[in-house]
Design a protein around this ligand. Structure first.
Ligand SMILES: Cc1ncc(COP(=O)(O)O)c(C=O)c1O
Length: 377
């Protein structure tokens, strides 16, 4: 077991999330308040008052798992486990299914938890690269060359953080076929699955391949990151391994969180449609801004999610630029270094439209005045 690497994105957020004014760096939509949940779902204060803080069950309350299975799975609640955000699911998946020397194919760049835990276990990583020169389009032929009889697990996240790239349904089917051919696990991080711009969300691979493990979360498309609610869908024998591990860490979710989550799922489309509409409006604003700032930036338009991975022309050290932007303009943007990808920044456009507009005004000023020599703007 190697020491686990510091999570670079979480470190950046720790430094700047709470002391900037405008957030155009986060990967979620505008967050909801409890008062808004009362309006948008059938949840009532009286119902919250009736919650008794007893233990919940290891996999989560059955009715809640049933709702998740009906909306995102194959209808079978026995294949669902609720988790503290999808981060907990990722931790359980990696620690429950991997051993030293296992080979895993994983997207690069990628949300760090999807590979650093495996690395710390001593796994060998085979990066499936997304290249800006190719508009970050995933090349399934390349993945197929990386997937061999030695592959234990293939780890993907579509729509993708940080680029917004995705697969077509045909490419997804091809990828699933390649993974099934060698009998590896397919880990499908569906954090942004419900936000797409060119067609319907991709189907859950669990419907086609029983060694798939998919994860979902309320932290991104549903605007509830502070609820810490997520889930994973997998075969019952795989979930049993996760329960075994969780018995040593978090045991189960709070009945309060489970109640709120259940009401949200029952009215999920209400929350989603509001934020999806906002994301579409914001993406158009961002597209126009990119068009007007071609001297400074270049991009691959996202297919889904609410992140774009902008290339900043002439600024290879985007980390210094982002420090300067946060300190001098109070704007949160995430440098590509958090994803081991230089020359780029992650811009999150899912927030309030007024914040995006103000953030882009300040970013324009910073780019126009940034001096590569004295590293200030
Ligand atoms: C791709 C991806 N997966 C999982 C997560 C974990 O989120 P949470 O634990 O809040 O569900 C994130 C958070 O940024 C993410 O970007």
């Amino acid at each position: 077991m190697n020491e686990i690497a510091p999570a670079l994105l979480e470190g950046w957020m720790r430094d700047y999330y709470f002391n900037t004014e405008i957030d155009i760096g986060s990967s979620g939509v505008e967050n909801f308040s409890l008062a808004e949940l009362y309006q948008l779902t059938d949840l009532t204060p009286e119902e919250l008052n009736r919650v008794v803080f007893h233990d919940s069950s290891s996999l989560g309350n059955f009715g809640l798992r049933k709702e998740i299975a009906l909306r995102w799975g194959n209808g079978d609640p026995e294949q669902v486990m609720v988790t503290h955000g999808s981060s907990e699911a990722i931790f359980l998946i990696m620690n429950g299914l991997l051993q030293a020397d296992d080979e895993i194919v994983v997207l690069d760049p990628c949300y760090q938890q999807l590979f650093s835990i495996a690395e710390s276990i001593g796994c060998k990583l085979q990066p499936w690269r997304l290249r800006f020169e190719h508009n970050f389009a995933p090349n399934v032929e390349e993945a197929k060359r990386l997937i061999t009889s030695r592959t234990r697990m293939v780890v993907v996240n579509f729509p993708h953080n940080p680029t917004g790239a995705s697969l077509t349904p045909e490419e997804q089917a091809e990828l699933i076929g390649a993974v099934a051919e060698v009998g590896a696990y397919l880990v499908w991080d569906a954090a942004f699955a419900d936000i797409t711009y060119n067609g319907s969300p991709l189907p859950n691979p669990n419907l086609q391949y029983d060694r798939s493990i998919s994860m979902g979360t309320f932290s991104k498309a549903y605007g509830l990151p502070g609820l810490r609610f997520g889930w994973c869908i997998a075969s019952p024998d795989v979930l049993a391994r996760f329960v075994h591990l969780r018995d040593y860490i978090t045991l189960h979710l709070s009945p309060l969180v489970e109640l709120i989550a259940q009401r949200v799922i029952e009215k999920a489309d209400r929350l989603l449609n509001i934020r999806l509409q906002q994301a579409c409006t914001n993406l158009e604003i961002l597209s126009e801004w990119v068009e007007q700032h071609q001297n400074f930036v270049d991009w691959a338009r996202p297919q889904g999610g609410v992140c774009a991975f902008l290339h900043l022309r002439g600024i290879s050290d985007t980390e210094t630029f982002c420090h300067s932007l946060a300190n001098n303009y109070k704007v949160l943007l995430v440098p590509g270094s958090c994803f081991n990808y230089q020359g780029h920044v992650r811009l999150g456009f899912g927030g309030a439209t007024s914040d995006l507009n103000e953030g882009l005004i300040r970013l324009s000023k910073a780019l126009a005045t940034y001096s590569v020599n004295d590293h200030s703007c």
